[in-house]
Ligand binder design. Structure first.
Ligand code: TRP
Ligand code: SF4
Length: 361
């Protein structure tokens, strides 16, 4: 297992499917948290481009551009290639090799029982998800995590069952296979290959999109990390509010208003107090309140977009960083595969016969 760097609390892995430009929901639900973990953990963050193919195999034209957009948003949000390993899954073929080994030992029932499998089979009707790859989605995720022998996986609630599966797969592999370690001239010791990773649950505040539903690309209600300021202000202007506040003179309740939810995430205590007091007494109008929300959102987005500009102007820089990170990732992944091949008796090296006691007389 990897030596943890002396000042680090363990190894972390997480990733996202390349869905295109990231939005505030991705930021608040994951990215913001990852940025903060970089100093305390040995971090691996990646772009799960093979995972994109498990559902979008019929048309893969967008994968490359989407992966670049995600990398640029990673960098813009503050993931730092000097401190973290940033890479793309398909450039580390060891993920696929480990996925294959895991496929040998994973009962079908474990995969059929994963909640997202049933859910998506039922809800996604415009694609045929009756494929081998789609059923194996969470097992590929297990390989993503275990190939780095990660200790922690920062994810939202929805991904916890996948980390649970990963723990079960690690346990099952370790039960079947272990490595001989000659730690002396007596009996060889056995050593397991995979630690059981823990989810590091990201507290996810409720982040509504412009229509008041959860912010999601599929609802078309997002505010992008790369949203220009004028467009951000425009989107907030037309954002839904507390339905009880029909006229300017009607009092409202920020706890029942999506704009109120944005304030809770992005505004300071002083602004919050003004919003609660002004909204409940009808002392402020929604336009004014939304203006404050836009100001505070922009405070977060401006520095992100400032960092983004450099990579947007020179995408090769982002690709080069991704390739450098992928090289580091391959080295770490290969080190694990050496152990996994050894444990499964697939290392196929000639071993001289062991000396018996009677020899050499
Ligand atoms: N399944 C994750 C999602 O949809 C993406 C992902 C793939 C992932 N492999 C991972 C997340 C490994 C954490 C660890 O968001
Ligand atoms: Fe929502 Fe603000 Fe209007 Fe109150 S004043 S309803 S919090 S937008």
């Amino acid at each position: 297992m990897p030596e943890t760097k002396p000042n680090k609390k363990g190894r972390i892995l997480s990733g996202m499917r390349p869905t295109g430009k990231l939005h505030l929901g991705n930021y608040v639900g994951a990215l913001r948290n990852w940025v903060g973990l970089q100093d305390s953990y040995d971090c691996f963050f990646f772009i799960a481009d093979w995972h994109a193919l498990t559902t979008d195999y019929a048309d893969t034209r967008a994968v490359k551009q989407n992966s670049l957009e995600v990398m640029i948003d990673y960098l813009a949000a503050g993931l730092d290639p000097e401190r973290s390993t940033l890479f793309i899954q398909s450039h580390v073929p060891q993920h696929a090799e480990l996925h294959l080994l895991f496929s040998m030992i994973t009962p079908l029932g474990w995969l059929e029982r994963v909640p997202s499998y049933k859910e998506q089979r039922e809800n996604i009707t415009d694609k045929d998800l009756g494929t081998y790859g789609f059923l194996g989605y969470p097992l590929l995720q297990s390989a993503d995590i275990l190939i780095y022998q990660a200790n922690f996986v920062p994810v939202g609630e929805d991904q916890v069952p996948h980390v649970e599966l990963t723990r079960e797969v690690a346990r099952r592999f370790n039960q079947f296979y272990s490595r001989k370690v000659h730690s002396g001239d007596l009996d060889p010791q056995r050593e397991v290959v995979f630690p059981e990773p823990q989810p590091l649950l990201t507290p996810t505040p409720k982040l509504p999109g412009t229509d008041g539903r959860k912010m999601s690309k599929s609802y078309g209600n997002t505010i992008l990390l790369s949203e220009p300021e004028t467009s951000l202000r425009q989107k907030l202007k037309t954002m839904v509010t507390d339905p009880a506040r029909v006229r300017r003179s009607d009092p409202g309740d920020p706890d029942k208003c999506p704009v109120g939810d944005l304030h809770k995430i992005f505004s300071d205590a002083g602004t919050m107090a003004k919003v609660y007091e002004g909204c409940r007494s009808a002392g402020i109008g929604c336009i004014e309140c939304k203006g404050w929300a836009a100001d505070n959102l922009w405070k977060v987005l401006a520095p992100i977009q400032e960092r983004r500009a450099r990579y947007e102007a020179d995408p090769k820089l982002a690709w080069d960083l991704l390739e450098e990170g992928s090289k580091k990732a391959r080295e770490a992944a290969e080190a694990t595969m050496v152990e996994a091949r050894d444990a499964t008796n697939l290392s196929h090296q000639y071993e001289p016969p062991t000396q018996s006691a009677g020899e050499g007389k």
